[in-house]
Structure formats: C-alpha cells, structure tokens
Ligand binder design. Structure first.
Ligand code: AMP
Length: 438
C-alpha cells in the first residue's frame, strides 16, 4: 500500500467543511479591512528564498524542499508566503498601480522539518502583506486584523505580544552588545546558537533550546538600544493599539532574526494546554529591505502569517464550531427501474434549479433508502414506486413535520421551492437555508 509522504496529511470530506468555513471567515475579515487576495505559485526559483546575505535563517538553510527541474532550473517549494508575494509585487509592478498594496494569501507551504504535534511538512498559511507605507498605524492595523479573525473564530485567551527591533542603526548597536554578552557564555550555548553568534546574534533570542537558561534572562534588551526614531515608531504602534482597545503585552525577547525585519514584531499566542510548546498561532512584523533584496524599488512592508491548521485546532478546542453538517433538500427513494428513470429526470430538474438532491444508486431496498435519506439529513423525501408512476404522481414527505402528500410528478421542484420560501416552512429548514446562504 502506498502511504502519504511523511509530514503530510489528508483532509477528508467531513473535515473540508471546517477548512472552507475558516477560509470564508478569513476572506470576510480581509474584505472588511480592504485587503485583496493574491495567488502565487507554490514553487518559485530557488533564489526567491535563498539569497546571499540571508542564509542565516534556519528555515532558509535546512528546511526547504529544493530540487532541480528537467531543465536544470533550481526550484524551491515555498516555505512561506512573503517572499513569493514580494516577487509577484515586483514582477507585476504592483507598486506602479497603487501607492499602498494591501494583500492577503491562503495556501500550502512546505518545510522539511521534523514532524511533531502541530508541525507538519506541508501546512497552510493565511498571511497578509501591506507594501508601500511606513506608517506605524499600518503595523497596528495588521495586528487588528489578526485579532478580528481571532474574535470571529470565537477564540478566547489569545495574547498579543509585541516588540520593536528598531531600525538598522539601533539593531547594529544591539548586535554588538549581543555578541559581547553571549560570547561570555559560549560553553552554554546550543550548537545552533554558537553558529548564530557569528552570523546573526539576534536569532539567539529566538532560540527555543536556550531560552530558559539562566544567562538568557540578563541578556541585553533591544529596547535599551532603540534610537529616537525607532522609539517614536514603536510608541505610535502601541498608541494605535490602545486607541483600538486591543490589549497587548510588550515582550522584550521577541525578535525576528532575518536582516530585512525592522521595527515592529509581534506574535499571537493561544492559551490551550493541548497546544504545548506550539502555542503561537500567528505572527509577523515590519520589513524594510525585502523588496530591494529581491531587486525591487525600496518599499517598506508589514506582514503577518497564521497557521491554518493551528487556527482549526484552536477552534476545535473551544472556538466556534466550524463544522456545519451537510444536508440535502430532497432525497429520492425509488422502487423499480422505470421509477428510477423518472425520478432521475425530476431530480435533474431540481438540481438545475439549485436544490441539493441525491438518490440511491445501489438498487437497495426501501428500508435502506429511507436510512440513507436520514443519514444525508434530507429535508424532504420523495418516494416513487411503479403505482405512483402510472398516475404521474409522487409521494413527498416533509421530514421535519412528518407530513406526507401525493403530488404531481412534475411539481416536485416548485413544491419544494415553495415550501422552502414559505413562511410556514419549519424553523430548522429556515436555519438550514440561512446556513446555505452564509
Ligand atoms: P512562521 O512563518 O514560521 O512565522 O510561522 C507562522 C505560523 O505558521 C506559525 O505561527 C504556525 O502557526 C504556522 N506554522 C509554521 N510552521 C509550521 C509547520 N511546520 N506546521 C504547521 N504550522 C506551521
């Protein structure tokens, strides 16, 4: 038997409903905030992710799926959404059309990492990127969008953690201080951090292995190194969050180690015991040199990404119920070959009219067919046997009220439509109609 590749998963039909519901919630929130959807390829030229001077990121180093295609092109499956969006922004000259581009994406990402709970090799992200504005209120808007999504999903106890890593000048000063400080603890640093010490010491503060060690607590804090402009930017972000009544915590050790990040960084954390160490459901930050790194015009940006699987899991542990069960408007029960053909014709009329219908294709007995109608949560059951057919009639049962009528075979569609639209239709039918429209 062939199994799925390690670190991947199948989304089965009953689970897809939750995915589509989550996606539609995201799209609605993005519409509210005026963000436009962008779709970029899931594979890109390797150079989109592997760039000189940026090879210090763990992800870029060892977590990507890289391969050479049949024409010897170096290709990488996208491990994150930002770089591809920025590549598309430059290639399609989106900067020439709008001064500010507010974009979002939803789609699969690929990282070759050790699969564990909450961590897979193929996973999906929802992300936003705002390109073209330096305004600190944009940083706050992106965080606000994230918190709106959390609210819409009914998730409680979500913490917004923010920090500033300042502009380049501030970070250069801070970097020197970090190298000096951590050099004294070389023996205690993990292997990855020793490596980072030489290349990108800011990433040491991100380390999950070393973060609880004693010497970490006294490490220099970026806030002591922020210059005036950086402080102003950060204060404006915090004031904007306060104006929007979004609670936050300033987290001194929160950093993003890549060179292109600047100023605001943030994470959204859920307080769900089952999540263990993987309790960050989303995060992001401002970047200033990514567009120019990819040969575009100097353009500031802010982005954020959420793990879709983690959002779904968080919902399952106490958020909104995203799994709306399937239902049918009509299930056709047939007895005999002629009846089957006649029912098929009427079912087709109903389907063309937009009603959700199905019938038995296994030539089962009447009992099994009634059971199927039940399992499919049919609102109406139509029963057609040879006797009814002779008179061009059909029995129709309202499964909510158990009322049964015999109507003309050709009236099934208008009859059901009328019942669905009529005020007298049962409450649960109405509810189902509302769900259908959502
Ligand atoms: P990152 O791009 O690393 O900042 O990740 C953003 C979000 O994507 C994280 O907060 C997670 O929710 C999710 N995520 C990242 N990597 C994985 C993975 N391997 N499996 C599942 N979700 C992931």
């Amino acid at each position: 038997m062939i199994s799925r590749p390690k670190g991947t998963y199948d989304v089965l039909p009953q689970e897809v409903k939750a995915w589509t519901k989550l996606e539609s919630t995201i799209r609605k929130i993005c519409q509210i905030y005026n963000y436009q959807e962008i779709r970029t390829p899931i594979f890109e030229a390797a150079s989109v992710f592997h760039r000189d001077g940026n090879d210090t990121s763990d992800m870029v180093n060892k977590e990507t799926y890289d391969f050479v295609d049949r024409s010897n092109r170096e290709i990488t499956l996208r491990p994150e959404g930002t770089a591809g969006v920025v590549r598309a922004f430059i290639e399609n000259k989106l900067y020439a059309m709008n001064r500010i581009n507010k974009l979002f994406y939803i789609g699969p990402m690929f990282r070759y990492e050790r699969p564990q709970k909450g961590r897979t090799r193929q996973f999906s992200q929802f992300g936003v990127e705002v390109l073209g504005s330096n305004d600190p209120y944009v940083d706050a808007e992106v965080i606000a969008l994230g918190t709106s999504l959390i609210k819409a999903l009914g998730l409680k106890n979500v913490k917004v953690k923010v920090n500033s890593i300042g502009d380049k000048e501030s970070r250069d000063q801070y970097r020197i201080a970090c190298v000096e400080y951590f050099s004294a603890y070389k023996k205690e640093l993990c292997e990855d951090c020793l490596n980072r010490l030489g290349k990108n010491p800011l990433r040491i503060l991100d380390c999950k292995v070393d973060k609880d060690k004693e010497f970490f607590k006294n490490a220099p804090k970026i806030k002591s190194y922020l210059n005036e402009a950086s402080k102003q930017h950060f204060n404006a972000v915090l004031q904007a969050l306060e104006a929007m009544k979004i609670p936050y915590e300033v987290e001194d050790n929160l950093v993003r180690g890549l060179d292109y990040y600047a100023h605001t960084v943030f994470e959204l954390e859920v307080d769900i015991p089952e999540f263990g160490a993987q309790n960050v459901i989303g995060g992001g930050g401002r970047y200033d040199s990514l567009v120019s790194d990819l040969d575009g015009p100097i353009t500031p940006g802010v982005g954020m990404a959420f793990g879709m699987e983690r959002l779904l899991l968080a919902c399952a542990y106490g958020g909104k119920n995203l799994v709306v069960p399937n239902y049918l408007h009509i299930y056709f029960i047939v007895l005999g070959e002629e009846a089957k053909k006649a029912a098929l014709a009427q079912m087709n009329v109903c389907r063309l009219g937009g009603l959700y219908c199905d019938m038995d294709y296994l030539n089962r007995g009447i009992k099994a067919q009634f059971k199927a109608a039940d399992e499919h949560r049919a609102m109406f059951t139509c029963i057609l046997g040879e006797n009814e057919l002779k008179e061009f009639k059909i029995n129709i049962k309202n499964n909510e009220t158990d009322e049964q009528e015999t109507i003309s075979l050709y009236e099934v569609y208008p009859y059901v439509l009328n019942k669905l639209n009529s005020k007298s239709a049962c409450t649960s039918c109405k509810e189902k109609e509302v769900k259908k429209d959502e």
